[in-house]
Write a new protein. Structure first.
Length: 160
């Protein structure tokens, strides 16, 4: 699928960048060596794997930080019909349970890990937890760690 990827700001020592998808757990880059200038201007990639919901933009130069960008996923509607009836099934974005385990805090969040995510209702959420603990959320996509670091485990579909 083709996606327009735009960074609104990038540090002076960031770039070039490799781009990853959550489809394979961010293990294999689908684009490499993308320049900071291209991402700041808006970089169109036709190599984004189908069904990607999160793109990781990883700086590979002196700075090795990354940002996860959650894509707005459209709702999929499937319609089938026969001579006597029509059935329409609408599938929304799946709701997944994620466990975040604190690893390190950061200079702007001493003692804590800060994160953001989109909840199952599609509402953007911000949260924080102690670096020596864990937190579980149900969301439409992988949480983004905004300060500090954490290990994130996909626990599967959220229970109603």
């Amino acid at each position: 699928m083709t996606v327009l990827i735009t960074l609104t700001v990038a540090g002076a020592d960031s770039g070039p960048f490799n781009l990853f998808s959550n489809i394979d757990g961010f293990t294999s880059a689908f684009e490499t060596g993308v320049s900071k200038a291209a991402l700041l201007a808006g970089y169109s990639s036709a190599l984004v794997p189908d069904y990607t919901t999160v793109i990781r933009v990883l700086s590979t130069g002196d700075c090795t930080n990354y940002i996860d960008i959650t894509l707005d996923a459209p709702t999929t509607t499937t319609t089938s019909s026969s001579s006597s009836s029509t059935t329409t099934t609408t599938t929304g974005i799946p709701c997944i349970s994620y466990e975040m385990i604190g690893v390190l805090d950061g200079p702007g969040c001493v003692g804590f890990v800060n994160y953001s995510y989109t909840d199952c209702s599609g509402v953007f959420q911000l949260g924080s937890f102690s670096v020596s603990s864990s937190e579980t959320v149900c969301g439409q996509s992988l949480p983004t760690i905004t300060c500090g670091s954490a290990t994130i485990n996909n626990l599967g579909t959220c229970l109603p």
